[in-house]
Design a protein around this ligand. Structure first.
Ligand SMILES: Nc1ncnc2c1ncn2[C@@H]1O[C@H](COP(=O)(O)OP(=O)(O)OP(=O)(O)O)[C@@H](O)[C@H]1O
Length: 838
């Protein structure tokens, strides 16, 4: 049998005619099945035109074409067998090919997965490296901050010590001044006493002199009488003698009567002289009394004092009564001096004993000090008096050194002559000097206080930075101005801002001080408050979750702080943050591609409601049986970030658009008037703003979320006058706030279980309290006594919140992860995913 050799297969050739048609069909099918790929086998071309196999009419197999061409006739069975075999071979081949394809596909998948894993690993290690570098930076930064903090603390301590020392020096100086002034005043009064006693003595002396004068005058009168009598006798005798005696007798009689007259005259002269002398002395004394010390030139103490002492001594020696008086005074003073010494000794002894026995209160110490100084002064008084009296008695001046002498002179110059112009000038100058010194000291003190305050502020700032780095929740306190109803209640203001970080509340049991990260007084504007909030907006853009919430009793100013006033003349944190976010986005638009979306909810009567869906619309859809409205539920993603499932999220491309969305949401909010607040929020408002920023350089994506929460205020039904549905609202508000309080207590006490699930409010705030958000709480309080209980409760809660630590982390995804997330999102929402996307 001949065989047709076509490639690897051999066809048995058959020359049966009746099989011709069948063969032709099968051959055609075979060729179709083989297809164009079969043309080349073993390097031999099978030409359709020239090498085509043909069946001869006679049934012989012959070669078609030219005379050289060989015609081969294959028996049909062989050909069929051959075809079957080829078909099987082809099947096997196909199967093998399919297996190979499958293997290749699998290999491809494995390689792709490996490549992806390798990339992921690379990315991970890259970010790990980056993280490590950042950690090193952070450590370095923390070290620097620690060092700076230590430096500042040291500086503050130094300044405080310096300040203390200065204050001590100042008070010591003042004390010294006081003591010296007191001492000099005492000595001055002693000198004045001395002068007055000297004057007394002089008065006595003057009186006795006057008496003597009187006596002398009487004596003169008597002498003049005698003289008159004797002259009348003389005249009588002369008349008698004229009548009968001779000249000789007349001469003798005359000489006898002249003798007593001469003695009387001499005596008279002597008396006159003494009278003049006394009169001179008296006039001198009177002159001295009128101006005890000649005004100009002023006598020096060194001259004056011995003069006074000598004069007093002279008087005492001359006048017996003065001497006796002086002796008496010396005796009395010695007794008083001994008594004063004993008293002082006893006092010192008793103070020593008491100080050994028990500790004293500051009051006791003060009274001890004052009685000690009083005793010392009394003793010193008697001592000085003793010296003065001894000096007067002995006629010797006290021994003083130059310094004491000049001091004494100064005192005398300034204080003993108050009426003279000079002394007035001296006192004035002294006063000016003192005022000048006081002014300088005040300025110095002010400077020190300013330094201290700025140091304190700086220290607090660094402390805040460190606290923030640690993840502590920041708490600001804002005091609202007194409102009209409080003013009419007549309630006094009991809250006072001490400085930027502390306030004091005049509670019934005494003042209580609270410390916060910042305190805003009633005068603080919305802008001032936002300046301290603004930096959190950058954190949102950087991919952090940030939460700002206002807490406080009803009517304390939460909505004013978060939203602003009704006509938006004083916009609050919410509208300001919309602008701030878009401002930052605009500044960074060359480096990032941003996307902003928002959801706005309210928690009313423990039910979450989407504020983008109006109540009317919801009711309408329910009545029109469009089915129940979408249920909003709070969920948390893998990272613990809270999100509202079922709430509509709307995108905004500008601050205005976002604000319009916000206004739309606010219009749907539950608000009504209560006795405490004409526009009281009856629900908790929760605004979530998501900012997605794609880095145009490396494709990484940050997703930050800003949660702004305006809580409804805690209230007492009795105060607000809530009834019916308002009472129900109040109960629901108070319940959720009490659950929030429980969460705060558990977190601040670091309890193992935190009851987040007790209320929807606590679920909403789960990532902000003890979660991964940067959180700021603003505690709003009323300043009035009328609300003091609520104020204290709010402040105590806020203080607890300060102790809570969050673990804020950035939400950053690499380009690949961000892409994969996008694909997942598309798949979840049923969209088709292009190969390009993967
Ligand atoms: N710092 C402030 N300066 C001026 N007015 C203020 C300030 N704080 C609050 N108010 C005014 O006090 C009133 C009550 O404030 P607000 O409505 O903000 O209180 P609330 O705490 O939100 O009360 P509720 O919990 O009942 O909603 C408002 O009229 C508001 O304008």
């Amino acid at each position: 049998m001949d065989f047709l050799h076509t490639g690897p297969f051999s066809f048995p050739v058959q020359d049966t005619y009746h099989h011709k048609n069948q063969w032709t069909k099968r051959w055609a099918a075979f060729r179709r099945w083989i297809g164009p790929g079969w043309r080349k086998r073993n390097g031999q071309e099978v030409n359709q035109g020239s090498s085509e196999l043909q069946l001869g009419v006679s049934g012989d197999v012959r070669e078609a074409g030219s005379s050289q061409e060989l015609k081969i006739y294959i028996p049909f069975e062989s050909a069929e067998l051959c075809v079957t075999q080829i078909a099987e071979d082809m099947k096997a081949m196909k199967k093998r090919h399919l297996q190979t394809v499958q293997e290749l596909e699998e290999n491809f998948h494995i390689t792709a997965r490996e490549a992806q894993e390798w990339i992921m690993q690379k990315v991970r290690s890259h970010y790990q490296n980056k993280l490590n570098t950042l950690r090193t930076f952070l450590d370095l930064y923390q070290d620097t901050v620690e060092k700076k903090k230590a430096d500042w603390e040291k500086k503050v301590a130094e300044l405080t010590a310096q300040n203390k020392q200065l204050l001590e020096e100042q008070s010591a100086e003042r004390r010294r001044w006081k003591e010296e002034t007191l001492q000099w005043q005492k000595e001055k009064s002693k000198m004045l006493d001395l002068f007055s006693s000297r004057l007394d003595v002089l008065h006595c002396h003057q009186a006795s002199t006057l008496q003597e004068l009187q006596m002398a005058r009487q004596e003169i009168g008597q002498v003049q009488e005698i003289l008159t009598v004797s002259s009348s006798q003389e005249q009588q005798e002369a008349a008698e003698e004229e009548e009968g005696s001779d000249n000789k007798e007349q001469t003798v009689a005359c000489s006898v009567s002249d003798q007593p007259l001469e003695g009387a005259n001499a005596r008279l002269e002597g008396l006159k002289e003494s009278l003049y002398q006394k009169e001179r002395e008296i006039s001198e004394l009177l002159e001295a009394e009128r101006s005890p010390i000649p005004p100009v030139p002023q006598p020096h103490c060194s001259i004056l004092l011995p003069t006074v002492i000598t004069k007093a001594h002279e008087i005492c020696s001359a006048v017996a009564e003065s001497r006796a008086l002086l002796n008496q005074m010396i005796e009395d003073n010695q007794v008083a001096l001994a008594e004063a010494r004993d008293k002082l000794r006893l006092h010192l002894q008793s103070t020593k004993d008491e100080s050994n026995d028990k500790e004293k209160t500051p009051n006791q110490e003060g009274s001890d000090e004052s009685s000690l100084s009083f005793l010392q002064e009394t003793l010193r008084e008697h001592e000085v008096c003793q010296i003065a009296l001894d000096c007067i008695k002995s006629g010797e001046s006290p021994v003083m050194n130059d310094y004491e002498m000049s001091e004494m002179e100064d005192i005398l110059r300034q204080e003993t002559l108050p009426t003279t112009q000079r002394s007035v000038k001296g006192v004035g100058q002294q006063l000016l000097l003192l005022q000048d010194q006081l002014k300088r000291e005040k300025e110095e003190r002010k400077k020190i206080i300013e330094n201290y305050t700025s140091e304190r502020a700086m220290r607090k700032k660094y402390y805040n930075m460190v606290e923030e780095m640690k993840g502590k929740i920041r708490v600001f306190c804002r005091i609202r101005p007194v409102n009209r109803s409080e003013a009419t209640q007549g309630g006094a203001v009991v809250v006072e801002k001490l400085d930027d970080y502390s306030i004091t509340v005049e509670a019934a049991r005494g003042p209580r001080e609270f410390q916060f990260d910042k305190v805003f007084s009633a005068r603080a504007s919305q802008e001032e408050l936002f300046q301290d909030v603004n930096r959190l907006m950058q954190s949102v853009i950087d991919g952090y979750n940030v939460c700002i919430f206002a807490y406080g009793q009803t009517g304390s100013g939460k909505t004013f702080t978060m939203v602003g006033d009704k006509d938006q003349k004083n916009p609050g944190i919410m509208p300001r943050s919309f602008n701030a976010i878009f401002d930052i986005m605009r500044e960074n638009s060359s480096k990032f591609d941003f996307k902003v979306s928002a959801y706005m909810l309210e928690l009313y009567n423990d039910r979450l409601q989407d504020l983008f869906v109006s109540q009317a619309g919801e009711a309408h859809s329910q009545t029109q049986s469009h089915g129940p409205t979408k249920r909003v539920e709070i969920k948390r993603n893998r990272k613990g970030v809270v999100f509202a499932q079922g709430a509509e999220t709307k995108e905004a491309s500008s601050a205005q658009e976002l604000y319009a969305l916000f206004q739309q949401a606010c219009a749907n909010r539950h608000i009504s008037a209560t006795r405490m607040n004409v526009e009281s929020s009856r629900s908790h408002l929760i605004v979530g703003i998501m900012v997605e920023s794609r880095n145009l350089t490396n494709g990484s994506v940050n997703t930050g979320k800003l949660s702004l929460v305006d809580l409804a205020g805690s209230e007492r039904a009795a105060k607000t006058g809530a009834k019916d549905h308002q009472l129900k609202e109040a109960n629901s508000i108070n319940k959720s706030l009490s659950a929030l309080g429980d969460v705060i207590s558990a977190l601040s006490a670091e309890l193992p279980h935190v009851p987040y699930r007790n209320s929807k409010l606590t679920q909403v705030m789960q990532d902000s309290l003890g979660g991964n958000a940067k959180t700021l709480m603003i505690v709003n309080i009323s300043p009035s006594e009328y609300n003091i209980d609520e104020t204290l409760t709010s402040l105590i809660y806020a203080t607890r919140v300060k102790a809570i630590t969050n673990n804020a982390q950035r939400n950053v995804d690499s380009k690949e992860i961000a892409q994969l997330k996008e694909v997942i999102m598309k798949l979840k929402s049923g969209q088709t995913v292009e190969e390009m996307d993967v």
